[in-house]
Ligand binder design. Structure first.
Ligand code: 5GP
Ligand code: MN
Length: 338
């Protein structure tokens, strides 16, 4: 629940007659895109001019979302996106806690005079917005956008399209309610969304059962050939180099979910996925239980995220990154094994 004062201010900014631009983080996931398209569709229904800007490419399994026609990719359309930001009266930032997370788009948002609203569920949001709505207890920003819409008095404007976007945001960030869904209100929200007749089975198929054969083979190859299990540290990791990505015709989003698979091995509490990109290694970390992968990633791999799901990057070679990772584990043996 947002206080009345904030609700009034947000409504006032949305209604000031200037366009709203919604911006989310780079390498966007289902929560980033789904919460953005949902809020955009809601504002459009209120006859407010609105656009969504995403820093870089969106995986194919998210491009079908209702409202996706309102999305522009900064990497591909820089001038158009810069103009949108210049003309905006309000910028809404969804699903990130610091300007670094939007990559090269950072310059544009930091220098913009527009009113800035941040809605996020990551820890320690940095001070770059006029209004900060932050709740680390939430599994997804989708839940927060739902509540914002209700608080703004917009419940009557909810429809099956907005509900579908919000549902995708919620299921993707909670791994279908496996993670970060201990907040009971999430099920209340999902119950409300179901009332709009959303087709949860079709949504599931579009999000999870729409990959290519080569992605399935890449996954099989990773599990058979690339999985390293370090039983002593209850840790498992996978690394994929450029050559392997090419061999399996890698498309954006293909490695989504790989980092969670080793948890199905009994006893594993910490997993990592290392992907070789040009000039850096992109890393995903996941944990079960108390081990905080966000602070691990922040301290050693220039990253952050949530306690049980974080990411980071490393400029060393892939081989050196893996050695660095392995050599760090002994410092965490107590935390990982007790
Ligand atoms: P993923 O592993 O799915 O890319 O990201 C998991 C979580 O970590 C997400 O909440 C995401 O926002 C965060 N994250 C991923 N990469 C980075 C990064 O490079 N820096 C920071 N600060 N957070 C990241
Ligand atoms: Mn999120």
């Amino acid at each position: 629940m947002i206080d009345n004062n904030t609700v009034e201010r947000i409504n006032e900014k949305f209604e000031q007659g200037k366009p709203v631009v919604i911006i989310t983080h780079k390498n966007p996931d289902g929560d980033a895109i789904g919460s953005s398209t949902a809020l955009a569709l809601f504002l459009k229904k209120r006859n407010i001019r609105v656009n969504v800007i995403i820093p870089n490419d969106v995986p194919a399994f998210l491009q079908w979302l209702p409202g996706y026609d309102l999305v522009s990719i900064f990497k591909n359309e820089r001038t158009k996106c810069s103009e949108m930001i210049k003309e905006a009266g309000t910028l809404v930032f969804l699903d990130f806690n610091e300007p670094e997370r939007v990559g090269e788009l950072k310059k544009e948002i930091v220098s913009s005079d527009a009113y800035k609203i941040l809605i996020d569920h990551h820890q320690d949001p940095s001070d770059f917005a006029d209004i900060v709505i932050s709740d680390t207890g939430r599994g997804s920003v989708g839940e927060m956008v739902y509540e914002l819409i209700v608080d703004l008095g917009g419940k009557d404007l909810l429809d099956d399209e907005i509900a579908t976007s919000l549902y995708v945001a919620i299921i993707t960030d909670t791994g279908n309610f496996r993670y970060s869904s201990s907040y009971p209100g999430i099920f209340h929200i999902v119950g409300e969304l179901m009332n709009f007749g959303i087709d949860k089975d079709t949504i599931f198929t579009k999000v999870y059962d729409s990959y290519s054969e080569s992605r399935m083979k890449l996954m099989g190859y990773c599990m058979a050939e690339k999985l390293v299990v370090l039983e002593k540290y209850k840790t498992a990791y996978i690394s994929i180099n450029q050559e392997e990505l090419k061999k399996f015709n890698h498309q954006i989003g293909d490695t989504e979910g790989f980092v969670n698979i080793p948890f199905s091995i009994s006893g594993i509490r910490f997993t990592a996925l290392f992907i070789e990109k040009s000039g850096l290694v992109k890393i995903s970390f996941r944990s079960k239980g108390a081990f905080p992968v966000n602070s691990f990633s922040e301290k050693h791999f220039n990253g952050g995220g949530h306690r049980n799901a974080a990411g980071g990057e490393e400029k060393l070679s892939l081989a050196d990154t893996l050695s660095k990772f392995e050599s760090l584990l002994s410092d965490y043996e107590n935390e990982l094994c007790n």
